[in-house]
Design a protein around this ligand. Structure first.
Ligand code: ADP
Ligand code: ADP
Length: 219
């Protein structure tokens, strides 16, 4: 099991108001599986992905990535686990704006103790950005930004990839390219969990997990 999410709860408190963003969510993603996470806005998708990434701490339950506990660990331990085994494409973006695309990929690899310039070049060409390595994120179109984000997410060959609406702001051509890259990862035995509204992506997925009001709703 590459990703195990067990009985996750997350409550947000704003003044006297309590929102239960996650109410006992459990799921598993195996090696070689591409799982689509779908659900209406506010159903808890981003909260779930943030808890998996160790960027948010759940109030109950646990997350294991490649058998290692992500939840209730020190910030340092979570950052290490993220760096080694997790690739993320989040809505906030995963590019540093003061670094070129090449430098972003190189930094992500260094965080996982890897150094391989030829891999950087091959990643750039895989996502169709061979000519954009020296550009800064502000010089990229929306579609190119998403593809650069994926190149960074995949830089350290993460066992588990999570993505939050990766195709939300891209054209059809880029959407098709992202879907194809997610399929390639599946064939290579990695696990992906992708929150999406894309029908093309949902059709490609091995399974669809539906979230509604912070609960899975699969039957
Ligand atoms: P989705 O990604 O499916 O749109 P979210 O995980 O963003 O859902 O939100 C789930 C619920 O938690 C919503 O009711 C949202 O308003 C609430 N929520 C999310 N993040 C916060 C936060 N930082 N503070 C307070 N409430 C939040
Ligand atoms: P998209 O529809 O994918 O968002 P755009 O219309 O924004 O595409 O961009 C089209 C082309 O113009 C892309 O190749 C992109 O790299 C280039 N481009 C867009 N903005 C800039 C910029 N600020 N500097 C350099 N090139 C840019």
């Amino acid at each position: 099991m590459l990703l195990e999410v067990n009985e996750l709860y997350r409550f947000y408190h704003i003044e006297d108001e309590e929102t239960a963003a996650l109410r006992g969510v459990s799921l598993e993603v195996e090696a070689g599986e591409l799982v689509a996470l779908v659900g209406p806005s506010g159903s808890g998708k981003s909260t779930l992905l943030n808890c998996i990434a160790g960027l948010d701490e759940p109030d109950g339950g646990f997350v294991d990535i490649k058998g290692e506990r992500m939840t209730r660990r020190s910030e340092k331990a979570r950052a290490r686990l993220r760096a080694l085994h997790l690739g993320m494409m989040m809505q906030s973006g995963n590019l540093f704006f003061h670094l070129s695309v090449t430098e972003n990929i190189r930094l992500r690899m260094m965080l996982a103790d890897r150094r391989d310039e030829s891999r950087i070049r091959s990643l750039l060409s895989t996502v169709g950005l061979a000519h954009r390595g020296d550009n800064y994120p502000t010089q990229l179109s929306g579609g190119e930004t998403a593809r650069a984000g994926l190149a960074v997410a995949l830089a350290a060959e993460p066992s588990v990839l999570i993505a939050d609406e990766p195709t939300a702001e891209v054209d059809k051509h880029t959407e098709a390219m992202l879907v194809e890259l997610f399929e390639t990862r599946k064939a290579a035995g990695f696990a992906s969990l992708i929150a999406t509204h894309s029908e093309q992506l949902a059709r490609t997925a091995d399974r669809i997990i539906r979230l509604r009001d912070g609960r899975t709703d699969n039957d």
